[in-house]
Design a protein around this ligand. Structure first.
Ligand code: ADP
Ligand code: MG
Length: 681
C-alpha cells in the first residue's frame, strides 16, 4: 500500500513548487491525485478528413505540413506563425499567435495529428492555435477523449492530465476495492481499477459512462451508509419518555386552526418525544408553510415536562422575531420565553444566563452561536435549529454531544426532493409540511429589465396607496467595485429623495448595529414605513403579513432557492402579492433559470431546478454539510443510481453480517475516516 500514499512530489514534472499548488487543491498523495476527477471531456477521438471539417466544430485531423512555417512580427507583443497543411482531401492554413516555437516543432513534409476548430470568412478557412502531435507518437493530446480538469493558477490541463496518468500507472494495482464483487454484480458496476482508468483516460464514451456510474454509486453509497451509521449511534441514546399533554389545549390558544400537515408533523414529534429514544427530526416545509407553530408545539411539550427548550436562529433579526411570536403564543400557556442575543450588554447577558441556569426560563431563543457556546442550561431537553440549510452534519454531531443528549428538531426552509433529503440528512427522520395555510394565493412573479423601471415604480406606489408595504432587495450594502450591483444604501437614498419623497423609505442591512436593525424591522412590522430597502438579511423568516410586493434588484446574482426564500417574505397575509425580479443580464441560461421562478411557486420544484443547474456541491456548499461535495454525481441526472445506492446502503446497514465481512472492510475504513473528520470540521 505504499504507492497510493506517496507524495505527488516524486512524480515526473512535479517539483516542490508544483507540489505546493497541488496541495492547495487538497492533493498531497497519489491517491488524492487519482481522485481528482475531470470536470468535463473533449471529444478528440473523432478523426475527420480536412474536407469534412465543419466551422465552429472542434475536431481531429491527420495532415502533412506542406509549407515551411513562417513567423511574422506584426507589432510589439504580436507574432503570427503561419503554415499550410494538407491531406488527400484538401489543403488548410494554420495560424499560431505568439507561439513561434511551433516553427521548430512542425517540420516541413512531416505528418501530424491536429486538433482544433475551423473558422472561416471570405478570406478562406483556417484553424488558429491547433494542438498537434507527430503521428509516430502515442496519442496523448489528440486521438482520444481528453479529460478537462478543474484548473487552478500554475497548473495547466495538460500538466494535470499527464501527472494523473503517471499516478495511475504507478498505483492503480494497489487501489482498494470499496465495493465487493457481489455488490458490483448485483448493480451492474465495474471494478475500481476500470473505473479510475475510465474516468481519467476513457477509451470510449461507453467506458466513461460505466466509470461514472460506478463512481457515483460508490460516492452515494458511502455517504448514505455513513449517515445511517451516525444515526444508529444516536438511536442508542435513550431519554426518559416525555408525557404528551392534550394537543387541543395548544390549538385552543392559537389564533388559527392547524393545517393537516402541521398536525401530522406535531404528532410525529410527539411520538418521538414519548418514545424513550432521542429525537433527531428534520421538518421540511416550503416558505410560509407554518413551521414555527410546529416548533412551538415541541417546546410546549418539553416545558410541560419540566425541561427547557432552546431555539437557535441563524440571524439576530429572526431570533428576535421568533421571541416575540412565540412568547405571544406560549406565555398564555405558562411557558416562560427568554431571548438571548449578541447585542445585549454583558450585564444583561449575565442576567439572562443566570435565569437560564436557574431554570427561570422554559424556552430560550437566540442565535446558533449564543446557544451553543457558553450557555449553561438547568435542564436542556430539546434543541430546535431553525432554517437548517445553514446547519451541517458536523454541527449536528457537535450538538448531540452537548448536554445530556437533548432531543433535536431541525427546521428547513429549503425544501429538497425527498430522495435527496434521505441522502443528505439520512441521519434524521423526516416530516414534510406539504400544505400551505388556507387562503394563500399564488405570488405573481415577473422578470423585467430596466425599460420597465417607471412602470414598476408606479406599481410600488399603487401598493402603498392601498395600505400595503413593499420590500426592495439589493445584492450589496454599499457602493462597491462592481458598479453593476445595486447597493442598498445608495438605492434607499435615491428612492427616498428622487422617486418617493412623499413616502417613508427605510434601510436595513447586516452592517447596522443590532439595536438599529431591530428597531427598523419592528417599525416596518408596525406599518410605520412604506418601503424597506434591504439586503438579504431579510431572506429567512421575516414575517410581515401586510407586505405584498417584493422587488429584487440584480436578481441574476442570487440562487433560485434564495430568490424563492426572498419571495416568501410576501404573500404571508390574505392579500394578493407580487414579486418583481430586475435583471439586465441577457445570458439565455440565466434567463431560463429566473423564468423558472415565474412559472412556479412550489419550493420543491424550484430546488429541484436549482440542483439540476448548479449541482449539489454548490447547492449545499462543502462546509454546510461538513462532507466533501459530491464529485461525480449530479443528483438530478443520476437519480436512478442514487436510488440504487440508497437501497444498497439500507440493506447494508440493516444486515448483521455484511458489515463484518472481510470484503467490506476497506469500505468501512473509508467511511470511518470520512465521517470522523466531518465531526471535527
Ligand atoms: P415558515 O416558518 O414555515 O416560513 P411561519 O411559521 O413563519 O412559516 O408561518 C407563516 C405565516 O403563516 C405566519 O404569519 C403564521 O402565523 C401563519 N400561519 C401558520 N400556520 C397557520 C395556519 N394553520 N393557519 C393560518 N395561518 C397560519
Ligand atoms: Mg420560519
Amino acid at each position: 500500500m505504499a504507492k497510493l500514499f506517496d507524495s505527488v512530489r516524486y512524480l515526473k514534472g512535479v517539483g516542490e513548487a508544483r507540489a505546493k499548488i497541488f496541495a492547495g487543491l487538497g492533493i498531497n498523495m497519489l491517491y488524492d491525485l487519482i481522485s481528482y476527477f475531470p470536470r468535463t471531456y473533449e471529444d478528440r477521438s473523432r478523426i475527420l478528413p480536412i474536407a469534412q471539417l465543419q466551422v465552429d466544430e472542434p475536431a481531429c485531423f491527420r495532415a502533412f505540413v506542406t509549407s515551411q512555417p513562417r513567423t511574422h512580427h506584426i507589432r510589439k507583443g504580436l507574432d503570427l506563425t503561419k503554415l499550410t497543411v494538407a491531406d488527400e482531401t484538401a489543403r488548410l492554413n494554420l495560424t499560431f499567435f505568439n507561439q513561434s516555437y511551433v516553427a521548430d516543432n512542425l517540420e516541413y513534409s512531416r505528418e501530424y495529428y491536429f486538433y482544433g476548430t475551423l473558422n472561416g470568412d471570405y478570406m478562406g478557412y483556417q484553424i488558429t492555435n491547433p494542438i498537434f502531435e507527430p503521428v509516430e507518437q502515442p496519442g496523448v493530446l489528440t486521438r482520444r477523449i481528453m479529460p478537462i480538469y478543474p484548473l487552478t493558477a500554475g497548473l495547466s490541463n495538460n500538466l494535470i492530465s499527464r501527472t494523473v496518468r503517471q499516478a495511475l500507472d504507478a498505483c492503480l494495482d494497489e487501489l482498494p476495492e470499496l465495493l465487493p464483487a457481489e455488490l458490483r454484480e448485483r448493480y451492474g458496476l465495474c471494478d475500481a481499477v476500470t473505473a479510475y482508468r475510465g474516468i481519467h483516460a476513457p477509451d470510449s464514451f461507453e467506458a466513461l459512462n460505466s466509470a461514472r456510474h460506478r463512481l457515483i454509486f460508490e460516492e452515494f453509497f458511502i455517504f448514505s451508509v455513513g449517515l445511517s451509521l451516525l444515526r444508529t449511534g444516536r438511536d442508542e441514546k435513550r431519554r426518559l419518555p416525555l408525557e404528551i399533554p392534550d394537543l387541543r389545549t395548544l390549538e385552543a390558544a392559537l389564533p388559527f386552526s392547524l393545517t393537516g400537515a402541521q398536525r401530522r408533523a406535531i404528532e410525529e414529534i410527539a411520538a418521538d418525544l414519548s418514545s424513550g429514544s432521542v429525537m433527531n427530526r428534520l421538518v421540511q416545509g416550503d416558505v410560509g408553510s407554518g413551521k414555527t407553530v410546529v416548533a412551538a408545539a415541541a417546546a410546549w411539550i418539553t416545558a410541560k415536562n419540566g425541561q427547557q427548550a432552546a431555539l437557535m436562529a441563524p440571524t439576530e433579526i429572526l431570533a428576535e422575531q421568533h421571541a416575540k411570536g412565540l412568547a405571544s403564543m406560549l406565555q398564555p400557556l405558562g411557558v416562560r420565553v427568554l431571548l438571548l442575543t449578541g447585542s445585549m450588554n454583558p450585564a444583561q447577558k449575565k442576567t439572562v444566563r443566570a435565569a437560564i441556569s436557574a431554570h427561570e426560563a422554559d424556552l430560550i431563543i437566540g442565535t446558533h452561536a449564543l446557544i451553543s457556546e457558553s450557555t449553561d442550561f438547568a435542564n436542556l431537553g430539546l434543541v430546535i435549529a431553525d432554517e437548517q440549510h445553514r446547519f451541517g452534519v458536523a454541527q449536528r454531531t457537535a450538538l448531540a454531544e452537548k448536554g445530556e443528549n437533548p432531543h433535536l428538531l431541525v427546521m428547513s426552509a429549503t425544501p429538497i426532493p425527498r430522495t435527496l433529503a434521505l441522502i443528505l440528512y439520512g441521519d434524521l427522520d423526516l416530516s414534510v409540511i406539504d400544505e400551505l395555510p388556507p387562503g394563500r394565493q399564488r405570488i405573481d412573479t415577473f422578470l423585467v429589465g430596466e425599460d420597465k423601471r417607471a412602470r414598476i415604480n408606479a406599481f410600488i406606489r399603487k401598493q402603498v396607496a392601498s395600505g400595503h408595504q413593499v420590500y426592495i432587495v439589493c445584492p450589496a450594502i454599499e457602493e462597491g467595485e462592481d458598479e453593476s450591483l445595486r447597493s442598498a444604501e445608495v438605492w434607499a437614498e435615491t428612492l427616498q429623495k428622487a422617486v418617493f419623497p412623499d413616502l417613508r423609505v427605510a434601510l436595513l442591512h447586516g452592517k447596522m448595529k443590532p439595536a438599529q436593525k431591530e428597531e427598523t424591522m419592528a417599525a416596518f412590522a408596525r406599518g410605520e414605513q412604506n418601503i424597506l430597502v434591504a439586503t438579504t438579511v431579510i431572506e429567512v423568516g421575516v414575517d410581515v403579513p401586510n407586505a405584498t410586493l417584493i422587488v429584487i434588484e440584480n436578481a441574476d446574482r442570487f440562487g433560485l432557492s434564495q430568490l424563492h426564500q426572498l419571495r416568501g417574505r410576501v404573500g404571508r397575509g390574505g392579500d394578493k402579492s407580487y414579486c418583481v425580479l430586475f435583471t439586465s443580464n441577457r445570458n439565455p441560461e440565466t434567463l431560463t433559470r429566473l423564468k423558472a421562478l415565474c412559472k412556479t411557486n412550489d419550493g420543491f420544484e424550484i430546488s429541484r431546478e436549482d440542483l439540476a443547474l448548479r449541482g449539489p456541491g454548490d447547492f449545499f456548499g462543502t462546509r454546510q454539510h461538513g462532507l466533501p461535495a459530491f464529485k461525480v454525481g449530479s443528483l438530478e441526472l443520476d437519480m436512478h443510481t442514487l436510488q440504487d445506492a440508497q437501497a444498497a446502503a439500507a440493506e447494508f446497514v440493516t444486515s448483521e453480517e455484511l458489515p463484518t465481512l472481510e470484503a467490506y472492510q476497506p469500505l468501512m475504513e473509508r467511511i470511518r475516516a470520512l465521517f470522523s473528520s466531518a465531526g471535527e470540521a
